[in-house]
Ligand binder design. Structure first.
Ligand SMILES: [Zn+2]
Length: 350
């Protein structure tokens, strides 16, 4: 009786192994092999089911069948490992081929930023004046009426105020600066009675009709030198040196008398037209000359407002438009391009 059972169990084991191997060969995913393991080798699996009958065998037969069962178990575990490794490899290759990079696609162009023509010009101006000992001084874009006009020798009702159309705020006496000149007062009041050599760059605002030549917002660079024994010769020397460097050595230039309320005497500086060389063209309005800046000796009253004694100190000041200088240098005929946000302009210049 015991012998029959032993033979039966051995046969069951053999059959189990055969079926399990066939079933495993059909398992095509990690999930399927896990299910397979549960069915054949798990705690409630078929192998365990067969082994439950061991108790019915005699003491001699038991180790024999137990050994055979162990061998089946080990064989099946080995086959399972191999199968799992093969499936993992196949799954990885599948993922790799699905996510493969197509190297035949054209690359995306990299766009490289560059400086705005006004920024380029500003940096050139800073470098030229830095070499002559001028440092950059920052001052506010929102000003009081006092700083923008009164302390620059333009009291309330002064006719020269008509030269600047102004943006006023809803707060009385608070306005957007119409020029960088109020920075002169800030610098003087900070440094007096020390000598000063500064340039004051920044945005200024005019309530004006926007045209090819004028915007409601643009840049200015103001310059100021205050000290003892500063004369008109110093003004001419500094500005001639500047013009030689920014427009090229040897370009004809001239000073014309002019008027500003905060300088006396006042001048404007012209250079020979960069386009026509003096013959006359659209850019210079057929004058042959381009105005590049206004300048003059600081008015004694302005020196006094700044905290300097005009009997002891003197100084000169100048103001220029770097946007206009950039227009001339790059041969652009309309200042509105500078703020139109059209990248083609920048590409053309770069
Ligand atoms: Zn010209």
């Amino acid at each position: 009786m015991g012998n029959v059972l032993k033979q039966d169990l051995l046969q069951q084991l053999e059959q189990l192994q055969q079926e399990a191997e066939v079933a495993l060969a059909q398992a095509n995913s990690s999930e399927a092999t896990q299910a397979w393991h549960g069915e054949y080798l798990g705690r409630k699996g078929r192998l365990t089911g067969i082994l439950r009958n061991l108790g019915s065998l005699s003491a001699e037969e038991r180790p024999l069948v137990g050994k055979a069962a162990n061998e089946v178990k080990m064989t099946l575990e080995n086959v399972l490992q191999e199968r799992q490794a093969a499936i993992a490899k196949a799954e990885m290759e599948g993922a790799r081929s699905r996510e493969r990079i197509d190297v035949t696609l054209p690359g995306r162009p990299q766009t490289l930023g560059r400086l705005h023509p006004t920024s380029i010009t500003l940096r050139e101006i800073y470098a030229i004046f830095a070499a002559m000992g001028f440092q950059v001084y920052d001052s506010p874009e929102v000003e009081t009426d006092e700083y923008n006009f009164q302390l620059l020798n333009m009291p309330q009702g002064h006719p020269a105020r008509d030269m600047w159309d102004t943006f006023y705020t809803t707060t009385p006496d608070l306005l957007l600066r119409t020029h960088t000149s109020p920075g002169q007062i800030h610098a003087m009041r900070e440094y007096a009675p020390e000598p000063i050599r500064v340039i004051l760059p920044g945005k200024v605002y005019r309530y004006e009709q926007v045209t090819a030549r004028s915007e409601s917002m643009f840049y200015q660079v103001e310059g100021l030198a205050v000290g003892k024994h500063i004369t008109f010769c110093d003004l001419k020397g500094v500005l001639t040196n500047f013009a030689n460097q920014i427009y090229g050595e040897g370009r004809p230039m001239r000073f014309r008398k002019s008027y500003f309320p905060f300088t006396e005497p006042s001048v404007e500086m012209d250079i020979e037209c960069v386009i026509c060389g003096g013959k006359g063209c659209g850019l210079c309005k057929y004058a042959g000359w381009l105005e590049i800046l206004g300048a003059g000796m600081v008015h004694p009253i302005v020196l006094q407002y700044g905290g300097y004694d005009p009997s002891e100190f003197s100084g000169f000041a100048f103001g220029m438009g770097p946007d206009r200088i950039a227009l001339q240098k790059y041969g652009i005929d309309d200042i509105r391009y500078f703020f139109a946000n059209d990248v083609r302009l920048l590409e053309r210049i770069g």
